[in-house]
Design a protein around this ligand. Structure first.
Ligand code: ATP
Ligand code: MG
Length: 309
């Protein structure tokens, strides 16, 4: 079966698995037969990160070589280094059950996870002012409705990290920034508070780990779900990858003079900048040129090396 989401095919459904869903970047599979023993996990899913790249919710073509592997390896590294319940069904270290259960053809880009009841909330945390936050701040002095002090510049560190949730729109629709109160309406007060507190504490811990490696974690997005068996909330999806986060070089941030120099990104900012320069966001997005692909691919790999070495 060919998984063709938008314009980049991954063309793989591993033997023993059925295609369940394809998002912009990841393809999800479930065991073809319920009796398949998947590392002893109840309701397991295979989460395969493709090389597809999306910007402003458009899937672009062609993909970024090695990107799916970088996203997966970095997520696994963070799950290992964060002391938070997560959706992995077993350790994915070579030789362990999680790793052994991965189909060979996707082994370096796949995670074996427990299927959770996902909260329709993207738990965004921002420690620095940039992107859409910077735009809103220039207009209203706020970020997602949260008032901030006057006089901040693009790329500045915020006095403290802020939680700016978004509603996870169904496939094809754009995610929408919402207030904390709205998340209470969506998922209830207890879970809304738990998700917010987890997101802020994971961000704070991760930012300190990144900083020790000379990297600034400017902002990030987490997704959480509830384990249907235990009832516990677990960290799901990808975590702290360059797709879900903005990473900058700490040295450049300290010494850089222009915003571009300060925010030397290890993510798809190269793609975003190129796209907004040459395209008016109507019709079909243009093909990514070879030099943009190569620079982006290189930045993704560099981040993985710096973070995990
Ligand atoms: P969309 O869901 O709008 O397509 P997306 O483009 O971000 O979003 P991907 O990131 O490519 O989608 O696909 C991953 C999908 O898997 C997301 O919908 C995410 O919420 C979901 N997901 C991640 N972990 C789990 C889990 N443990 N259980 C159930 N769903 C999960
Ligand atoms: Mg996603």
């Amino acid at each position: 079966k060919t998984v063709d989401n938008g314009r980049v095919s991954t063309n793989l459904t591993p033997a023993g698995w059925n295609h369940l869903y394809s998002g912009k970047v990841r393809d999800l599979f479930e065991p073809a037969s319920p009796s398949t023993d998947v590392a002893g996990a109840g309701d397991a899913m295979l989460l395969v990160a493709s090389d597809r790249v999306s910007a402003y919710d458009y899937v672009l073509s062609p993909g970024i070589p090695g990107k799916g592997e970088v996203l997966t390896r970095l997520s696994l590294w963070w799950f290992d280094n964060l002391d938070v319940p997560n959706h992995l069904v077993a350790s994915h270290a070579p030789g362990e059950a999680g790793h052994a259960a991965l189909p060979a053809e996707v082994a370096d880009r796949a995670m074996l996870v427990k299927k959770l009841d996902m909260f329709p909330v993207e738990a965004v945390v921002r420690g620095y002012l940039t992107g859409s936050g910077w735009k809103e701040y220039q207009q209203n002095g706020t970020v997602c409705g949260i008032p901030l002090a006057d006089g901040l510049q693009n790329g500045d560190r915020l006095p403290e990290p802020i939680y700016t949730p978004a509603w996870k729109a169904p496939m094809g629709e754009h995610d929408e920034n919402i207030s904390f109160e709205r998340t209470v309406e969506l998922i209830g007060g207890d879970d809304a508070a738990a998700v917010r507190d987890l997101a802020l504490s994971i961000y704070t811990k991760a930012a300190a780990i990144a900083e020790a490696k000379g990297l600034i974690l400017a902002d990030t997005k987490f997704e959480f779900g509830r384990d249907p068996d235990s009832g516990d909330i677990a960290l799901a999806d990808e975590v702290l990858t360059p797709d879900s986060s903005r990473y900058w070089d700490a040295q450049a941030w300290t010494t850089g003079e222009t915003p571009d120099q300060r925010m030397a990104s290890f993510d798809k900012q190269i793609v975003r900048d190129w796209l907004t320069q040459i395209w008016d966001m109507t019709g079909t997005p243009p093909e990514l040129p070879a030099d943009i692909i190569e620079r982006t691919s290189h930045r993704y790999r560099e981040l993985l090396e710096r973070m995990t070495r």
